[in-house]
Design a protein around this ligand. Structure first.
Ligand SMILES: Nc1ncnc2c1ncn2[C@@H]1O[C@H](COP(=O)(O)OP(=O)(O)OP(=O)(O)O)[C@@H](O)[C@H]1O
Ligand SMILES: Nc1ncnc2c1ncn2[C@@H]1O[C@H](COP(=O)(O)OP(=O)(O)OP(=O)(O)O)[C@@H](O)[C@H]1O
Ligand SMILES: [Mg+2]
Ligand SMILES: [Mg+2]
Lengths: 462, 462
């Protein structure tokens, strides 16, 4: 007799934690550090705050198999009533909105809390305060894995003695520091490359490194935006209609709820699609919704998605980051104009570094980023690697072995990640096309630089 | 002001459906067919039934962008009260037990139902009956995506007019048949290879193919098993203790709830680990549980995991399947003895086919399977491909181009899938080692065969 049952989200990710990157003590330590650091950076830069982050990794016992990770940030903090949910309820967070962020799933930190709980039986410690509050508060939490609810072991609330806002998180997991060390240090180093306005202190058993910011210029934070008509489906229409006034006209619904749809565009669309612009949205049938969804997809006169939901670095800041970390002799960067795929806006930025302290290799070194997250795994199936390997570098005067590094950065409200562990990116034709244009443009600029160097040497010899 | 909120599991997978393989109409059609076919095969062979499956794919409108998929099987059927949950509640199913199956997540068919709902506004149709029941029942269902609950649009129940058991499922999704066709046909063809005891009829707009079974011998179905001590963590101990009698002695707890732990082994473990075998499990503290979990992991005198939870094909059946599909001149197969990783038992089976109708290529053709699921994507990062490319085939008398194909099959209670879309498999040292042994053994047998052929020709010439 088959036994049928359901799982809560926390039970599901407890049983399948390797899917989120928590497969063994080496990978889990790396992933836990990532989840904490990515949250602290989101909590600062998305809100116009220059990040000040201190990340400490220390063994918590003599056997060196239990590691304590502690992070402090000067971010916006977390409201006292929300702390238990954001740290101990799977599928809960503040990033379910259309705005570029490292966080997407409302899952990351919960995986770290879960892993700590099941390997060391220790609760997560959180201290936080938001700017508008007079109090600061400390929690110790477990997850009730069966119910997907927080268990508050401890809560201390007190008046703030000095003005501060931010979050401190500490947890202890089974981890393998010696084997995970290189990747974690590289991850932090690359984070410093893509966020040159951030000051990050990394304290480990062996060393204390400070990546001091090289720029006080923060990229314009992204804004929460609306969906683009190209990205609709029947469920999205239902969701938007439910949250709107059922007596609203279709015309006003389109202009109010969708990105880049003005009154004129909406009228033309209704005419083309065969809809009455005055039709009350509450009276659209399921068949109407299916037709509306299909027509919105097919209509090709929508304006491009607005990039206000994105926050590219810009070429100046990207060059700063590359100079600080790679110390090249020559660097060039490009931040492409906004593009989109399936209604999701995206921007490609790339940089090319040559010479100086860039290591010599048989093939260009590649540093990949997505929404400012360094991607360190699965390079061989990444679309950027595919493009770089397809280029004939002789055309650009590059003979291998050569000291050349390429940085690729994709910004989007929806990065096409292949999994919740955020490592590999799926191939999307529009993204591939933009990456190709950007990489080849930086290659052309390198060629011009190398030609100038050649000419200088010829002049010298004469 | 940040807005914090939670998502239900169905909302989460609606928003992130590309993670489950539903990224576009081509890939979604492939994935939907997979989910249905894998469920029908689980419902038959896991329960000792020779599968009879009819799979129909037909365009449902003139534009050819809406595809209806209909599947019929002679499996165990689904109890009437369970149908709404198994088809319309994410994280619900009968495969959350320790037993080899294609299904793992309790998510697959719900993704197909969801995709149909949001692209064509059509409910899923299910007709089923279980052997012990006198009735058969038909449902039409939607998913309430906000609540993760089924919406029953229609239910018809009637007395069965003839004795039958099984399930019929029909759904209509936005799909691109011309672009998805090749992969789907290849998927079914390879399924027929790994399941030569199954009769599968594939009816498409262009053709009707019947893969008639070439064997009535069904592999021994797998049994539900117990966890192995090497695979524990603190949460698992808590879960098992909660379901047991709190007054139970630790000794009895170990022998009753864990795989391959006899009284003698349990006593030796308790002595080594510093536990009193008579300690009542209900009185173990959290610190005790942490120590117990760690010690169970480290103890190296546990018996190997029992393979009764697995169901390998065996070399005879694997050869039958390869012969039927690849029609080689020479084929050899090997089914390795059971092994394990992290407490999860697994068995590696491989086959090598040469000549005949095997296509000639510059590198061995590779057909990968995991728990009898054909894996068609991400070959370049698969561990099997890595092993095959690392072999010097000259040693085995193979000069490329050559007509050589290799089949790899991993059976386990936990396939280390990288994602919920079940395509790529993570690298696990124990699995890699076993694959290497198996592939090289079949290569040696090929060499013997090619040497014999060489000698025959030499004899002929004299
Ligand atoms: N250091 C922090 N400062 C402020 N808010 C935080 C911090 N860490 C976590 N949060 C809040 O907790 C929520 C949940 O974090 P979590 O990492 O689980 O999910 P996420 O970041 O939204 O998405 P993802 O799963 O992709 O990481 C965040 O959305 C954010 O609102
Ligand atoms: N054709 C079928 N015959 C019998 N039972 C079925 C059939 N299809 C689905 N089921 C039942 O519905 C449940 C849910 O199926 P679903 O595909 O969502 O999850 P799963 O197969 O358990 O795991 P996975 O998400 O990995 O596919 C199954 O566990 C099984 O009990
Ligand atoms: Mg996060
Ligand atoms: Mg399934």
């Amino acid at each position: 007799m088959e036994s049928y049952k359901g799982l809560s989200p926390s039970q599901f990710f407890y049983r399948n934690r390797e899917i989120a990157g928590f497969s063994n003590p080496v990978r889990s330590l790396y992933q836990a550090v990532r989840e904490l650091l990515e949250n602290s950076l989101d909590a600062t830069e998305t809100h116009g705050i220059l990040p000040e982050i201190k990340l400490e990794i220390k063994p918590s016992n003599n056997q060196n198999d239990k590691i304590t990770i502690r992070i402090e940030d000067n971010g916006i903090g977390i409201p006292i009533t929300e702390v238990p949910n954001v740290f101990a309820r799977v599928f809960y967070g503040s990033k379910y909105v259309l705005r570029q962020a490292r966080g997407v799933f409302g899952l990351g930190v919960k995986m770290a809390v879960l892993y700590a709980q099941i390997t060391t039986a220790t609760p997560i410690y959180v201290k936080s305060s938001i700017e508008s509050s007079e109090t600061e508060y400390e929690y110790r939490l477990f997850i009730d894995i069966e119910k997907n609810l927080p268990i508050v072991l401890e809560l201390n609330v007190r008046k703030k003695r000095k003005k501060w806002h931010g979050t401190i998180v500490e947890l202890t997991i089974q981890g393998n520091w010696p084997l995970a060390r290189r990747r974690i240090e590289e991850y932090v180093r690359r984070t410093a490359l893509i966020a040159p306005y951030a000051t990050i202190r990394l304290i480990t058993p062996e060393s204390s490194i400070e990546y001091k910011r090289v720029s006080r210029k923060l990229p314009e934070p992204p804004q929460v935006g609306k969906y683009h008509p190209k990205g609709v489906d029947i469920e999205l229409l239902k969701i938007l209609i439910r949250s709107a006034d059922r007596k609203m006209r279709l015309l006003d619904f389109l202009t109010k709820y969708f990105d880049g749809v003005g009154k004129k565009t909406a009228l033309n669309f209704c005419q083309w699609a065969g809809f009455n612009p005055d039709h009350k949205i509450g009276r659209l049938t399921l068949t109407d919704l299916e037709k509306l969804s299909n027509k919105m997809h097919v209509y090709n006169k929508w304006r491009r998605p607005k990039p206000l939901t994105l926050s590219p670095l810009g070429d100046t800041l990207l060059k700063e980051g590359v100079k600080r970390i790679l110390e090249p002799e020559f660097v060039t960067a490009i931040s492409r104009p906004p593009s989109s795929y399936g209604g999701n806006p995206f921007i490609i930025e790339t940089a090319l570094a040559w010479g100086g302290k860039v290591p010599v290799s048989d093939t260009p070194m590649l540093l990949r980023f997505a929404n400012r997250i360094p991607l360190l795994y699965d390079e061989s199936v990444d679309v950027s690697r595919k493009i770089i390997d397809a280029i004939d570098w002789n055309v650009y005067k590059v003979k291998f072995p050569a000291p050349i590094a390429i940085v690729t950065h994709i910004c989007s409200t929806k990065i096409p990640f292949k999994g919740v562990g955020k490592e590999a990116i799926a191939e999307v034709p529009e993204v591939e096309k933009e990456l190709n244009i950007a990489i080849r443009e930086t290659a052309r600029r390198l060629r011009r630089h190398l030609s100038r160097i050649e000419k200088m040497y010829e002049i010298k010899r004469k």
